[in-house]
Design a protein around this ligand. Structure first.
Ligand code: ZN
Length: 253
């Protein structure tokens, strides 16, 4: 990954995807949309697998289409490199199933991914820069503490499945949380950015969520993409994945 990063031209427009969670139809819909927008690179913040019915196909696409990819807690759980004792029962069942259906090659590739990286002046972590595997950056307090844990202007994170931008304020005042909007916003100063989840959004909107980061203009835009949720639910039923995970997909919760 490092070799590839140093050999390539710096990208201007980047599609930032995260938390695909083995949802192939959502990922394909996002990639169609990315094709229409036009970007130089796609960066993935991890949790490629877990929850959904198509882990191998999602790994294959992310592996070939993304210039950067991180591993998330679900990826590491599926390859046995972290303990899954803290997963809730639904996540645990899906993780054990995922581990049983992906190939050794898939596992080796997931095992080769970092959980934190710095590319083109942007820090990326699955959870947070302070604790890349497990920590959620939801609250202003957690965000404030995390601003001390990266040295770049921006840090991209996933994991919470909630699209947002948290902007640092001067003099240790708590940072401000903004929703990311479909209209590009200019990023002033340092920010922690979450593009939301492609495969299992949890902000009340079931459509796949991702973001376009323009490194040259320093802007960020949110994208939402509808996909065939019903078909994914049917595939999950066939794979005997937990009903709770099947139901929540159409709610975006
Ligand atoms: Zn996730």
């Amino acid at each position: 990954m490092e070799t590839m990063a140093s050999a390539r031209l710096p990208p201007m427009r980047v599609a930032v995807v995260s938390d695909i969670h083995s949802n192939l139809l959502a990922l394909e819909a996002v990639l169609d949309d990315v094709g229409k927008v036009g970007v130089d690179e796609i960066w993935c913040l991890g949790d490629i697998v877990g929850y959904g019915p198509e882990p191998s196909a999602c790994i294959d696409i992310i592996r070939h289409r993304c210039a950067i990819s991180l591993a998330g807690n679900h990826d590491l759980g599926a390859i046995g490199s972290i303990s899954i004792d803290d997963f809730n029962p639904h996540a645990l069942a899906a993780n054990i199933w995922t581990s049983s259906v992906i190939s050794d090659t898939d596992k080796m590739w997931l095992g080769s991914l970092p959980t934190l990286t710095l590319v083109n002046g942007v820090t990326m972590a699955h959870g947070s820069p302070r604790e890349p595997v497990w920590e959620y950056v939801f609250s202003s307090r957690v965000a404030l503490e995390n601003f001390d844990n990266f040295g770049t202007n921006w840090c991209l994170v996933g994991h919470s499945h909630t699209p947002l931008v948290i902007v640092e304020q001067k003099h240790s005042v708590l940072p401000k949380t903004l929703p990311i909007s479909l209209e590009p916003i200019t990023l002033h100063g340092r920010a922690i950015i979450n593009p939301g989840s492609v495969g299992q959004p949890r902000d009340g909107d079931p459509r796949a969520s991702y973001a376009i980061l323009n490194l040259e203009r320093q802007t960020l835009a949110h994208r939402r993409v509808a996909y065939d949720v019903k078909s994914v639910q049917e595939q999950m039923l066939v794979a005997s994945l937990p009903p709770y995970l099947i139901d929540r997909l159409e709610l975006g919760r």
